[in-house]
Design a protein around this ligand. Structure first.
Ligand code: ADP
Ligand SMILES: Cc1cn([C@H]2C[C@H](O)[C@@H](COP(=O)(O)O)O2)c(=O)[nH]c1=O
Length: 224
C-alpha cells in the first residue's frame, strides 16, 4: 500500500539530506523519482543539503497542481515510481491534498520533508495539511540541538542578531545568521537558530545567552 509520509523537524536537522539519500537508494535500484521543491536556498529547481549534495527538482509555484503535474509526466510517456517533496512547509494546503491524491489514485509513495512550525511557533499551512493527511509522520533521528544541549524543537528568527517574533511568515534564510537564496522574500540581515522550547519562550539565543552570562548585573558581586 502506498503512503504519504511527512518527515518533519526543525531547520538543520537533516531533512534534505534524508530526501537525497532516499532518492539515491531508489535510483540505485532503478526507480524513477519525481522531485518537487520550493524556495530552496540553492535556488529555483534545486534540492540541496548542507552536506553539499544537490539535485535538480521541479520548482513548485502557487498555482501548480502537483497531482496534475505527475499525471502530465505519465501521459507524456514519462516514468514516475515515487514522489519526493522538499521544503513542503511552503506548499499551499490544497497542494498537500494533491499529494494525497497521488498516493491514492496513482498508487505512488510520496515522501514530504519540511519544518512544522514557523519562527512564531505557528504551523505553516502546508505542514498543517500534511499532518492532517499523512499516513505517517516521522521525526528525524539526528536531532538538532539548542545551544544549551537540549533537543531543538523550535525555529527562531533573528534580525541583526536579535530574536524577532513578528514579520512575514516566509523569509528564506539559513542558520548561523547567514541569509541566502534567490526565491521568496530574502532579507540580508535575517538568520535562524534552532532552540529548545524553553529558550524559544524566553527568547534566549546563543548570542543573547552569552551576552547575559557576561552582563555585569548577573556577575557575582564581590563583597570583599
Ligand atoms: N560539516 C558537516 N559535517 C557533518 N555533518 C554536517 C556538516 N554540516 C551539516 N551537517 C549535517 O547536516 C545537517 C543539516 O542537513 P540538511 O539536510 O541541510 O538539513 P535540513 O534540510 O533539515 O535543514 C546538520 O544537522 C548536520 O547533521
Ligand atoms: C522558521 C522559518 C523558516 N523559514 C525558511 C528558512 C529556510 O529558507 C526554510 C527552511 O529550510 P531548511 O532546509 O529546513 O533549513 O524555511 C521561513 O521562511 N519562515 C520561518 O518562520
Amino acid at each position: 500500500m502506498s503512503e504519504l509520509v511527512f518527515f518533519s523537524g526543525t531547520m538543520d536537522c537533516g531533512k534534505s539530506t534524508l530526501a537525497l539519500q532516499i532518492v539515491h537508494n531508489r535510483d540505485q535500484r532503478g526507480l524513477q523519482s519525481l522531485i518537487f521543491t520550493r524556495n530552496d536556498r540553492a535556488g529555483r529547481g534545486k534540492l540541496s543539503s548542507r552536506l553539499g549534495l544537490v539535485t535538480d527538482a521541479v520548482e513548485v509555484t502557487d498555482t501548480m497542481d502537483l497531482y496534475g503535474h505527475a499525471v502530465g509526466v505519465l501521459s507524456r510517456g514519462g516514468r514516475v515510481d515515487y514522489v519526493v517533496v522538499d521544503e513542503a512547509q511552503f506548499l499551499a494546503p490544497e497542494q498537500a491534498d494533491q499529494l494525497a491524491r497521488v498516493v491514492d489514485e496513482l498508487d505512488m509513495d510520496v515522501y514530504a520533508f519540511g519544518i512544522t512550525t514557523d519562527f512564531r511557533t505557528r504551523l505553516f499551512p502546508g505542514s498543517q495539511r500534511l499532518i492532517e493527511l499523512a499516513d505517517r509522520i516521522e521525526a528525524l533521528q539526528v536531532e538538532a540541538l539548542c545551544w544549551c544541549g537540549a533537543r531543538a524543537t523550535h525555529n527562531a528568527r533573528t534580525a541583526g542578531g536579535v530574536m524577532v517574533v513578528e514579520g512575514a511568515q516566509v523569509v528564506i534564510g539559513d542558520v548561523e545568521g547567514g541569509a541566502a537564496g534567490t526565491a521568496g522574500t530574502v532579507a540580508a540581515e535575517v538568520g535562524y537558530e534552532v532552540l529548545c522550547r524553553r529558550h524559544h519562550r524566553r527568547r534566549m539565543t546563543r548570542a543573547s545567552a552569552a551576552a547575559g552570562a557576561l552582563s555585569p548585573d548577573v556577575l557575582p558581586v564581590n563583597h570583599g
